[in-house]
Ligand binder design. Structure first.
Ligand SMILES: O=c1nc[nH]c2c1ncn2[C@H]1C[C@H](O)[C@@H](COP(=O)(O)OP(=O)(O)OP(=O)(O)O)O1
Ligand SMILES: [Mg+2]
Length: 198
């Protein structure tokens, strides 16, 4: 089975890529599998696409193999698109999912349900030695719940209700999430490349 390196240290993402790439017969390795630390890659871009390319290229430069990176996050309309590219570090550098969700819920405390529209965005970059990097994006529309519910998934899943559902993403099974997620839609756009790998 072919193996692909995902330049991420987020175990939640790794698990989803493992599930989603199984359909292409591709096994997943991540930066969590290497003892040797590639120093924390700084996400200095202003868009998900820029940050995905930065992460993929940094790891590709280091290992000299094709690398995939995922930069993703939550855009909330009532907060002018925040937390956006700052999703992981919204409540501070320690990247605490619970604190991040609490901050969002606090900021939306006076915002009624119909004005809590939001979306998950996922940019996936593929960087290869001596070739141009390309980036594709997927989106999952929804809204922010009034309180956190559910235990599946990761990140902001307990406060995100996908459009058309009455459950939070964290109340969806992984199979359900993987058929509607921003990550799923981004991966559909790199299908050709994935099929060439296996
Ligand atoms: O499916 C998702 N369900 C819930 N939350 C999600 C999802 N996808 C991204 N998110 C949130 C988590 C984190 O707050 C931010 C990603 O930030 P992002 O910089 O891309 O990832 P990260 O720093 O955790 O790991 P890394 O940069 O090593 O890939 O958006
Ligand atoms: Mg990050």
């Amino acid at each position: 089975m072919k193996e692909v390196l995902i330049a991420t240290k987020n175990a939640g993402k790794v698990g989803e890529f493992q599930e989603l790439f199984a359909a292409y017969d591709i096994a997943v390795k991540s930066l969590l599998d290497f003892d040797e630390e590639i120093t924390d890659i700084e996400e200095t871009g202003t868009t998900f696409s820029e940050n995905a390319a930065i992460k993929a290229e940094a790891a590709m430069d280091h290992y000299q193999i094709p690398v995939i990176a995922d930069d993703s996050g939550l855009e909330i309309d009532a907060l002018d698109g925040a937390p956006g590219v700052y999703s992981a570090r919204y409540a501070g550098k320690d990247k605490d999912d619970d604190k991040n969700m609490e901050k969002v819920l606090d900021e939306l405390i006076d915002t009624p349900l119909e004005k809590r529209t939001a979306r998950f965005v996922c940019a996936i970059a593929i960087a290869r030695p001596n070739e141009d990097t390309f980036v594709k994006t997927g989106v999952c529309e929804g809204s922010i719940a009034l309180m956190s519910r559910g235990a599946n998934g990761f990140g902001y899943d307990p406060i995100f209700i996908p459009k058309g559902s009455d459950r939070t993403m964290a109340e969806h099974t992984s199979e359900e999430k993987n058929s509607i997620s921003h990550r799923h839609y981004a991966i559909l756009q790199i299908e050709e490349w994935l099929k060439d790998q296996s």
